[in-house]
Design a protein around this ligand. Structure first.
Ligand SMILES: Cc1cc2nc3c(=O)[nH]c(=O)nc-3n(C[C@H](O)[C@H](O)[C@H](O)COP(=O)(O)OP(=O)(O)OC[C@H]3O[C@@H](n4cnc5c(N)ncnc54)[C@H](O)[C@@H]3O)c2cc1C
Length: 510
């Protein structure tokens, strides 16, 4: 039996899951004197989805770099630095969010007042842009970095059991490596960063959260492709007028909004494109679970002629070299923390890729947990319990921010106006960080701790739900006026402005 001993520097941590968040938190804890064992049942490099970063994620990472002396990670905070200083870790540029609204069996058309587009810039220049992360590279880089900080990595290792001694508070776990060797290990804290694996919930047999309470109900079909035609080039060939676009659509998180959901297109610098359909489950025929992923992909793409042209020469990339299909994407844990354990946000739950909330949310979890565990105050449990409640509240707010967009799919102006709730929350969060000298530890993501804001979002959601159910969308200007009123206190970035005709030049609150 091998037992990690309590060192001078304090507690022993087991972190389950060597994705980017588990690796980054492990690295910070180890660099600051904790004994950390990082266990993953897989091995890097491996295919992972969840690639589009946001300004909030970049801001948090910049704070972590400064606060914990992680200068080696500085290049990951901006596209320009990343390309120049860390070229071996592959990525793409993301200057903002773009949305193109398609109708089935109809060619996509740019028109003068932009009734079919929404572009929201998030950075003022390419060098300062956010990034699309090639997760196989980024996660491996961060995992290697964690090892360099002294983290003990056990990959290809499975946890067989997990028990906590009620008296000493010590955890004991039995792990099995790829050769079948078993070991029993002991720890003081367990951090669950296993994402969908939900390792602690499963090992302790905890109940999951109220899935029925979540409004979003979507599934995804996705892969990585070579040879996806440039959307900018396709529009140019068709002599469509894109001079108002604040940035090239290919250097953005490209959303192609469809009648039954949307398609993401994220382009990496090495000519690979991540693309995925996210489909509203209400729009799927019974038995969709039995339809092979590739067939589902091809059927939906075929309905949209412009997308068909974009993908006509596309082939699956070597990794993962297949189409992947999910079940319902949404999940939420019953609890995100308990005695001696805590989950990172992506383990506590997940809502949907729309609005790219995942990386920033995970990054904020790393920030909050690093602060709790490295504080001199020994009341970690109190901090962890409060954090756990906060994360579940954030997931429920993200659910509302996302679900309204699916309700609004039939009306571009309602969809666009509803998106402004997300942009208001994100830019206010960014501004609050900047105003408090980049230290936002007391505040929840997306303003989930602002009761007035949460009520405002909920009110708008239920109003939109009534419109959607009645199928009488009414005058979009009325809905836009409601949104404008609701975001007034949070609108630091000129959002919901009819005068810009859906072309937002630069919304970042910094
Ligand atoms: C379809 C889809 C699209 C998304 N798109 C975006 C996006 O564009 N932008 C964005 O910001 N977010 C997106 N997300 C969310 C994003 O994927 C997550 O926020 C991100 O992956 C969280 O990283 P993580 O390191 O916390 O967890 P993960 O990346 O899930 O890593 C978990 C790790 O735990 C390991 N593991 C799992 N179970 C066990 C176990 N039992 N024992 C040991 N190890 C285990 C896994 O091997 C893995 O290494 C998307 C998610 C989905 C599902």
């Amino acid at each position: 039996m091998s037992v990690a001993t309590v060192g001078e520097q304090g507690k022993r941590f087991l972190v389950i899951g060597a994705g980017f968040s588990g690796s980054l938190l492990s690295a910070i804890l180890a660099r600051h004197g904790k004994q950390v064992t990082l266990i993953d049942h897989a091995k890097h490099p491996r295919f992972v989805i969840g690639e589009s970063s946001t300004p909030a994620a970049g801001l948090i990472l910049r704070t972590l770099v400064k606060r914990y002396g992680l200068s080696e990670l500085g290049p990951l905070t901006r596209y320009g630095r990343w390309v120049n200083e860390l070229a071996s870790v592959r990525r793409g540029a993301k200057q903002g969010f773009s949305y193109f609204f398609h109708q089935a069996d109809t060619d996509f058309q740019v028109a003068e007042s932009h009734p079919n587009e929404l572009l929201v810039a998030a950075s003022s220049a390419l060098e300062l842009a956010d990034t699309q992360w090639l997760r196989s590279d980024v996660d491996q880089f961060l995992c290697d970095y964690a090892r360099q900080q002294g983290v003990i990595l056990r990959d290809l290792t499975t946890l067989k059991s997990l028990q906590r001694d009620g008296v000493s508070g010590e955890w004991a776990t039995t792990v099995v490596d790829s050769a079948g060797g078993q070991e029993r290990l002991q720890f003081d804290w367990v951090v669950d960063a296993s994402g969908q694996g939900e390792a602690v919930t499963r090992l302790l047999g905890l109940p999951s959260g109220d899935l029925h309470g979540l409004k979003t109900n979507t599934v995804a079909v996705f892969s990585h492709f070579d040879g996806v035609k440039s959307w900018d080039a396709l529009l140019a060939e068709e002599r469509q007028d894109t001079k108002d676009f604040p940035f090239p659509a290919d250097t953005s998180a490209q959303h192609h909004v469809l009648e039954e959901g949307w398609l993401w297109c994220l382009r990496f610098d090495h000519s690979v494109t991540s693309a995925g359909l996210v489909l509203d489950a209400h729009s799927l025929a019974d038995g969709w679970q039995q339809i092979p992923a590739e067939k589902m992909w091809r059927t939906h793409i075929a309905s949209y002629p412009s997308l068909n042209r974009m993908f006509q020469d596309a082939q699956l990339s070597v990794m993962p070299n297949r189409f992947l299909k999910t079940q319902r994407l949404q999940r939420i844990a019953g609890q995100a923390a308990g005695q001696g354990w805590v989950s990172l946000p992506h383990t506590a739950g997940f809502i949907d890729p729309l609005h790219s909330t995942g990386i920033a949310h995970s990054m904020s979890g790393v920030e909050r947990l690093a602060d709790i565990f490295l504080s001199v105050d020994s009341g970690h449990q109190v901090g962890v319990d409060a954090y756990g409640e906060q994360v579940l509240g954030e997931l429920k707010l993200i659910d509302l921010l996302v679900a309204g967009c699916y309700l609004a799919l039939p009306s571009k102006r309602h969809f666009e106006a509803y998106c402004m709730l997300y942009f208001a929350a994100a830019t206010t969060y960014e501004k609050n960080r900047m105003d408090s000298d980049d230290c936002n530890l007391g505040h929840a993501m997306f303003l989930a701790d602002d009761a007035k804001w949460v009520t405002a979002v909920r009110d708008v959601f239920y109003h939109l739900q009534e419109l959607a159910m009645s199928q009488n969308w009414g005058e979009p200007a009325q809905f836009e006026a409601i949104i404008r009123r609701k975001i007034k206190r949070y609108n630091h970035a000129g959002l919901c402005d009819a005068a810009v005709s859906s072309m937002y030049q630069y919304t970042a609150a910094m």
